[in-house]
Design a protein around this ligand. Structure first.
Ligand code: 5GP
Length: 141
């Protein structure tokens, strides 16, 4: 599959679509998933275009996982989660729905079931509140 820069994450990167941003550096960008599987469900994307694991170059993938590694404990603390699930889907057959490579960072609690993948849209106020919690935790990290 060739990269199509009309995908929603490319539009978010270009500022053409809004998002609840939590982090950005030269190589990566992170924001909350609009249909979260759990409160505080975040996405990490590289700024360089790539569809998924099959075409991404190693340096780009390393930059993305470095950001995942940095954010995961911050999100765990901010959301008072018991654990963190990392997910990464490649091709539609594996559940990929947005064709710009990304990692999911999903907070988990012992007593809370995971919501379905790409289930219900979250209220913007809830996303804003969770983004603020995570951004605050990042500021003091
Ligand atoms: P995938 O299925 O490709 O691994 O995951 C794509 C994720 O992007 C899904 O979890 C979905 O909820 C999320 N998503 C789809 N469209 C948008 C959007 O416009 N904004 C945000 N923030 N997330 C989106």
């Amino acid at each position: 599959m060739t990269y199509d820069d009309s995908n929603v994450f490319a539009k978010i990167l270009r500022g053409e679509l809004p998002c609840h941003k939590i982090y950005e550096d030269d190589e990566t960008f992170s924001f909350l998933d609009i249909m979260p599987r759990a409160n505080g469900h975040a996405l990490v994307i590289p700024k360089s275009p790539a569809v998924n694991l099959f075409d991404v170059d190693t340096a780009t993938l390393c930059a993305a996982i470095r950001t995942v590694h940095m954010l995961a404990p911050i999100i765990r603390n901010a959301m008072e989660a018991d654990g963190i699930l990392i997910q990464q889907f490649n091709e539609a057959a594996a559940g990929q729905t947005v064709f710009h490579v990304h990692f999911h960072i999903v907070p988990r609690w012992e007593d809370t079931a995971l919501k379905p993948h790409t289930g219900e849209m979250e209220d913007s106020e809830v996303l804003a509140e969770n983004a603020e919690k995570i951004s605050d935790a990042l500021d003091v990290a």
